[in-house]
Unconditional design. Structure first.
Length: 245
């Protein structure tokens, strides 16, 4: 198989010819072995290539024909330990998270992608989606029946911490509705409520308290939600937060 020809079929979204090639014996999980003119394609599958090219119809076509959405890319000379530490980065989902490509991410999740894979910092797909502030992407990841809303990164920063830190009350609400712990502890003892107060997000604070957030819990340095709020510049303080304290 001419890899350049195959690469161009995907880049151009030529599904009709791809179907003929598959009918003639092309493995739907074919792996590129050569460095193409458009960069190093070695180790990339047809699905990886279609996702990178943002060819949604080709992605759907490959998934419908049994492409493995859970595959992790390998590269020459890499140890299993190194590859496993980059689990999420080596999947077809990662480019979608980086670019905010909700439509393709939705196809992958519906096809059974493991949304609980983590990257080298132990950030999951949900963690990245929350950090990006992309509500639609968060909804897509949460639609997976296997999603773990409590998976923290290596510093025990949970997705709910991240949403609170950004003051994104809509995503805070999504996560709380899915059972996220409002009193989860970061490595330094920060709770989502402390971070929501730091972000001066009245709506996030309100939702966290309604779901059982503890107003008097301090971090390892004795910082409480109220004291963190008071660290904000006076002109940025939403004084309604005092109503909760």
């Amino acid at each position: 198989m001419d890899e350049t020809y195959l690469f161009e079929l995907i880049q151009n979204g030529n599904i009709e010819v791809l179907l003929k090639e598959i009918d003639n014996g092309l493995n739907v999980d074919f792996i590129f072995q050569e460095t193409g003119s458009n960069g190093d394609n070695r180790g990339h599958s047809l699905l990886d290539t279609a996702v990178a090219a943002r060819q949604k119809e080709v992605v759907q076509f490959l998934v419908d024909h049994g492409a493995n959405v859970k595959r992790q890319r390998h590269w020459p000379g890499a140890t299993k330990e190194l590859i496993s530490s980059f689990s999420l980065q080596n999947t077809c989902m990662y480019p979608c998270l980086v670019r905010g490509d909700v439509d393709i991410a939705s196809i992958l999740v519906k096809a059974g992608f493991d949304v609980n894979l983590q990257d080298i910092r132990q950030c999951s797909s949900l963690w990245h989606a929350v950090d990006s502030g992309n509500c639609e992407m968060v909804e897509v990841i949460l639609s997976s029946p296997t999603v773990n809303v409590e998976l923290p990164d290596m510093t025990y920063l949970h997705p709910l911490h991240v949403a609170a830190l950004h003051g994104n009350s809509k995503i805070v609400n999504y996560l709380l509705q899915r059972g996220a712990n409002p009193n989860a502890l970061h490595v330094f003892g920060n709770t989502p409520l402390i971070l929501a107060c730091k972000a001066n997000s009245y709506d996030s604070v309100h939702k966290l308290l309604l779901h059982g957030g503890k107003v008097n819990t301090g971090n390892l340095y004795g910082v409480t939600p109220l004291s963190k709020f008071l660290h904000n510049p006076p002109n940025l303080q939403d004084l309604r937060i005092f109503d909760f304290c």
